[in-house]
Design a protein around this ligand. Structure first.
Ligand SMILES: [Zn+2]
Length: 364
């Protein structure tokens, strides 16, 4: 049986990864100059920030026999094993299909009875550690408490909320943040030859997550009419109408919003419709945050390319209503991820957003 539950890419060197804001990269580089890996390191942050690529780059660095500050050498016996995608000292665990189960941890523990084969250490990479179920997490905890010599653990997760605190307490935690949109956008222009407008759109839609931006930039270079760009346009056009529609048009607006989410989903076929709707709601959240940032004169605006529309929304609705609406959108997104009926949730949301008064506030 294979010890890799998915194909492992040949890991990049740190300088090849556009992963994180400069300061995060600097501290990771510092960590990577240590001769010994941390016992357990958790890379956490939103989806699309490149946590998996980074985990593999870091694993490769400590499995490499001649590493330098930029990572693995790419040429030693250990590094050459990566290209065969069956590195004997690497064990990767990923959810199967949506959970990491105790059997997977037990199998890993059996693998841990042996000394390194070609590398100075052995690495266990656990992807999406937030999907460890309780039994699996407890089994992992035992291992982390009494780690065998020469072994280290690299975990990734989209958040730390659903990871057992006892597991967290055994890990060194590195939080990755999105990179600034202008930085991402100019990277897309220089590395991928994208036109300025498209690079800006992708960087905005990816909300500064380079993994996502890269996925779409690749899709674009394969297909100039990539469906997600159409979906994205449709979505942003839909958000623009919020400053113009009358309240009676709320149901139609909700319908168009769900349709735009569907288009985005079609562009990312691996996603579920629930995920697509949550993603659409994230864009709506950024949209409202942008209007509030503009109120405060902040220059940290996601949708730079839609400034006019953002300003129209500011003109139509006062800041206190937009601020209250933002809270509601965040709640609705949570309900949607928690199985709420998508149609009812979006319809009640758009009725609220287009109503001309803010939520009734009880006098204090
Ligand atoms: Zn090497």
């Amino acid at each position: 049986m294979s010890n890799n539950s998915r194909d492992i890419e040949v890991p990049a060197r740190l300088s090849q990864l556009l992963l994180a804001p400069e300061e995060t990269l600097l501290s990771l580089k510092k960590l990577m100059t240590r001769a010994e890996p941390p016992q357990a390191l958790l890379l956490t942050g939103e989806e699309g920030l490149g946590k998996e690529s980074l985990a593999h780059a870091m694993a490769a660095r400590w499995l490499c026999r001649k590493p330098d500050p930029e990572g693995a050498c790419g040429a030693c016996e250990s590094c050459l094993k990566w290209s065969s995608s069956q590195h004997p000292d690497l064990y990767a665990i990923a959810p199967s299909p949506d959970q990491i189960k105790i059997e997977q941890i037990r199998e890993a523990r059996q693998w841990m009875n042996f000394a390194p084969v070609v590398a100075p250490f052995r690495a266990i990479v656990i992807l999406q550690a937030e999907t460890l179920n309780l039994h699996a997490a407890n089994a992992l905890l035992k291992t982390l408490e009494e780690p065998p010599e020469s072994y280290f653990f690299l975990l990734t997760s989209n958040g730390t909320d659903s990871i057992l605190p006892t597991v967290l307490s055994r890990c060194r935690i590195a939080r990755l943040a999105p990179i600034e949109i202008p930085v991402l956008s100019s990277w897309l222009k220089s590395e991928w030859g994208l036109e300025a407008v498209k690079a800006q759109q992708i960087a905005e839609y990816a909300a500064g997550a380079p993994g996502k931006a890269l996925e779409w930039a690749r899709a674009l270079s394969d297909d100039k009419e990539a469906p997600f760009l159409k979906g994205l346009d449709q979505m942003l056009n839909c958000l623009e109408t919020l400053s113009e529609l009358e309240p009676f048009a709320a149901l139609r607006a909700a319908d168009e919003f769900r349709d735009a989410c569907k288009q985005l989903e079609a562009a990312m076929p691996s996603r579920s419709s629930r995920f697509a709707l949550a993603k659409g709601l994230e864009l709506l959240i950024e949209w409202y945050r942008d209007t509030l940032s503009l109120d405060h004169g902040s220059s940290d605006i996601h949708f730079q390319s839609r400034l006019d529309a953002l300003n129209r929304l500011r003109k139509r609705f006062p800041a206190h209503k937009r601020s209250a609406d933002l809270e509601q959108i965040i709640d609705i997104r949570r309900y949607v991820l928690g199985n709420a009926n998508a149609q009812i949730a979006t319809e009640s949301l758009f009725i609220l957003l287009l109503s001309n008064s803010s939520i009734e506030m009880q006098p204090l």
